[in-house]
Design a protein around this ligand. Structure first.
Ligand code: HEM
Length: 516
């Protein structure tokens, strides 16, 4: 009997049926023998709970909280993930475990890097560059100068603007410029259009705008990469094409950043002296452990190469853009709907900065804005920018009285915790006063973690607060801001790994009660 006749004689349909049955049996064997079973939706082989949860695990968790309680599980393909929505459950997770890894994003930077050595090294550089008072002082002034570019438009009688668009351009410009030193022109494009008589500048403008859009697509891709099983991404049309689009986007971001890094490396190498080397993240990384490193260098250890620098700089730029931008929109929405809060905030502006509305705002001034601080905190509490934080266990542990092996993905449902009636009085209400010292509102441990917690806490939190506070002071010191949509109960937004504001139309007018 020839090989061909054997192949023809085999009943392939039966073989395929057997293989599928074996796969299903194995899948459910794993499911029914899992460690510490928790309540949760019943999964299907291959897709897990994708058909019930879609790409919004946060909404699913909220909708089913009563049914499943503070600890429930979902299945992402054949991997299990545990959602936690009680502050008492999250302490050791925050403190001891790294973020859930994702093979599609683990480029060895910071956010998805679970290698303790390289993460620690990268984290040190980032902290060294964007958390120092010197950086933050300068950043306060940069925020101010960029804001002032708008004034010629806003000083008219009435100016209509969609802040959800404006702020993304603003934050892209400011983050790119401060992290990479490379001028960015999104705001120029927004105000004056993308064309310029100088062809080189025109190219730069287009590239900046493309970068801002690429950041948006990157955020959309995060949940897709984390919650769609690999098999769908690799073989099923629709998922496959989306995956390809997202990968192309990440590749473009990487190449654009590498280009910026190469150019800056050349500039530094051709410098006669070190005077023009800045204290921004890119210059710190490029000169690290080289003869130009002010802290000295070790010849036996190699300096960072362009790709290593690229991963760190890219992640910080991505993490610093839409996060602050959307928080700005949500805070503005809350202020606009709460006249008493606005009045108290404007009073605070007057008390701290006086009547001169042209007075520069300094970093040291920002500390005195305790009420504004409370407004921003309360705004992030009511509309969580990052509704969940993810972690993966690296050793055996006990959580919620149950045993867990290593490599279990945990998701801390911050949005639910921040609105829990067990932790907050009138949790749906916007009451900044609850964050003021001496307000008698003791904050339950781990119930307010807008910047995450433990060793992976957001290193951009001070930068974000400086930017948000400076922008809000500049805006409300001089202008009245009126929402176009005064009826909706919440701002127009959607969830794409973070909560994104999709529209924030307002009318800006110079304040009548002050001399502009
Ligand atoms: C309002 C604005 C922001 C919010 C609400 C926010 C929130 C967060 C959250 C929740 C995390 C995860 C923390 C955890 O898992 O425990 C995080 C991580 C991170 N954020 Fe932010 N962030 C903001 C702004 C920024 C800015 C401005 C930057 C930098 C320019 C930045 C850079 C990062 C980085 C690099 C990480 C990863 C840290 C690590 O894994 O070591 N973020 N952020």
């Amino acid at each position: 009997m020839s090989l061909l006749s054997i192949i023809l004689a085999i009943d392939w349909i039966v073989i395929i049926e057997v293989l599928i049955s074996l796969y299903i049996a194995r899948y459910y064997f794993k499911y029914y023998t899992r460690q510490s079973p928790l309540p949760g939706p019943f999964p299907l082989p291959l897709i897990g709970n994708l058909h019930q949860i879609g790409l919004n695990p946060v909404k699913y968790g909220k909708d089913h909280h009563k049914e499943f309680g503070d600890m429930f599980e979902i299945w992402i393909g054949s991997n299990r993930a545990v959602f936690l929505s009680n502050p008492s459950l999250v302490d050791q997770i925050y403190n001891f475990f790294p973020r859930t890894t994702n093979p599609n994003f683990d480029i060895g930077g910071l956010i998805f890097n679970d290698n303790p050595q390289t993460w620690k090294r990268n984290r040190k550089f980032v902290v060294q560059s964007i958390m120092t008072p010197r950086f933050l002082r300068n950043f306060t002034h940069i925020t101010q100068s960029l804001f002032n570019e708008n004034e010629q438009f806003w000083d008219k009688n009435e100016y209509h603007i969609d802040f959800s668009v404006w702020i993304k351009f603003f934050t892209t410009d400011i983050t790119l410029t401060t992290v990479t030193r490379k001028p960015s022109y999104c705001l120029t494009a927004y105000l004056f259009g993308e064309e310029s008589s100088d062809p080189i500048k025109s190219e730069d403008i287009k590239r900046s705008v493309k970068f801002s859009n690429a950041v948006k697509i990157f955020f959309q891709s995060l949940i897709f990469q984390g919650f769609v099983p690999e098999v769908l991404k690799n073989y099923v049309p629709g998922f496959y094409h989306l995956n390809k689009k997202y990968k192309k986007n990440s590749k473009w971001i990487n190449e654009t950043m590498l280009d910026i890094i190469k150019n800056r490396r050349n500039e530094i190498e051709n410098m006669q002296n070190d005077e023009n080397i800045g204290s921004n993240l890119l210059d710190i990384l490029l000169t690290l452990n080289t003869p130009r490193d002010p802290n000295g260098y070790d010849e036996n250890e190699a300096p960072l190469n362009d790709q290593e620098i690229c991963t760190i700089v890219t992640e910080v730029t991505l993490a610093g853009t839409d996060t602050t931008g959307n928080t700005f929109c949500f805070t503005l929405w809350q202020i606009a709907r709460n006249p008493k809060v606005l009045a108290r905030f404007q009073e605070e502006i007057k008390t701290v900065l006086g009547d001169d509305i042209t007075r520069q705002i300094n970093y040291e001034d920002l500390d005195k804005f305790t009420y504004l601080d409370a407004i921003v905190k309360e705004s992030i509490r009511v509309i969580a920018l990052a509704p969940f934080a993810s972690r993966v266990s690296t050793k055996k542990c006990v959580i919620g009285g149950k045993q867990w092996d290593p490599k279990i993905s945990f998701y801390i449902h911050n949005e639910l915790i921040q609105k829990s009636p067990d932790c907050w009085k009138d949790p749906e209400e916007f009451i900044p006063e609850r964050f003021l010292k001496g307000s008698n509102n003791e904050i339950v441990k781990n119930s307010f973690m807008p910047f995450g917690g433990g060793m992976r806490i957001c290193p951009g939190r001070h930068m974000a607060m400086v930017e948000l506070k400076t922008l809000l002071i500049l805006l409300y010191r001089k202008y009245d801001v009126e929402l176009v949509d005064k009826v909706s109960k919440e701002p127009k937004m959607k969830f794409v790994a973070v909560n994104v504001c999709t529209e924030m139309k307002v009318i800006i007018r110079p304040r009548k009660d002050i001399n502009v």
